[in-house]
Ligand binder design. Sequence first.
Ligand code: FA5
Ligand code: MG
Length: 372
Amino acid sequence: CTRKKNGRLPVLSALELGGVKIARDDVVRDDPTNNVPDSIFSKLGMQLHKRNQHPIGILKNAIYEYFDANYSNKFDKFDDLCPLVSVKQNFDDVLVPADHISRSYNDTYYVDSQTVLRCHTSAHQAELLRDGHTHFLVTGDVYRRDSIDSTHYPVFHQVFVASHYLQPPNFFFLGFFLRFWSIHSYTLLLEMQMEGFRVFSPEEWEASGLDGTSYAAGDLKKCLEGLARHLFGAVEMRWIDAYFPFTNPSFELEIYFQEKWMEVLGCGVTEQEILRNNGQLDSVAWAFGLGLERLAMVLFDIPDIRLFWSNDERFTSQVQLIDNFTNKKGMTSHCYRIAYRSMECSLTDEEINELQRKVREQVETKLNVELR
Ligand code: FA5
Ligand code: MG
């Protein structure tokens, strides 16, 4: 895997990207600063997030759907940026202090003294900003030297989302005068929001009467609460104040799962210094970084994070479309094969019948189809 100047991977097959193995034998293993074990190398290029049948891929697609539907396809999507990044991209560009613990060999996988396996997808924020992107989603595998338990794994997947918008000129001074005649555009915006479209504009912001930071923080929470509703319907969640070097204020979102609160994402209002350093003057931005495994565990009731790496097809593709037929009247019929499996015990016929009954019931009511 040769990192290109813009950080984008050349189009490679998984095998070739796993071709980092080449480095493992000759280049990398001669470098005393390398601390990447073979077990981690072997995960490079697996790209679970690009497998549409895998729980990680299914969830990624559901998140993309939410952004496409609510923001009229405004967000650019990146899901094949190379996981090998420079120390500068991973840490300096997002203002992680020089002595921060996360930079240590104990916490991060170094390929050499200047190159790491990214520990978050935020590592791409600065370069994408410099390329002129203002709304984007970055999905990818990330790596941390964390010890393994049911909710931690040294390789996992993150979706990083950032939304930047221009400050209205002379916001504070003009605000007072503009408020009066922006009422009309505000009404228009409310109407558009009711139709499910979310539009950012200086007018909307102006009409809110808020300063940039508060406006962005409110908009961020609205976006994430909407995403949670899109994915879960109802779910118990709470906001926790947090600290990240790259956002202020910062928050974490926790979801109640298996009788505990589980942290699923970090977010906040982007530090102005990052925006200024990357050519975004006079703008305000929010960003979040979401752990796909943790959310997928809640969504699909997966009890242990290690299961995502299972090769068992009953896990990696639980639902398969095996027949697709359209009759003369134009009615399309689909036949699916579903693998039912419990992590704890062998299922009995009665248990499977009950599950099947529930699936049929949900499919009929939610998808508005006729069952055969
Ligand atoms: C970050 O990685 C920040 N870059 C997120 C962010 C982006 C904040 C933009 C503000 C603005 P954190 O280290 O908390 O934050 O990780 C984010 C999420 O990744 C966690 O909430 C969790 O869902 C997931 N995560 C972290 N470590 C692991 C792990 N070892 N295994 C599985 N998931 C993990
Ligand atoms: Mg965290």
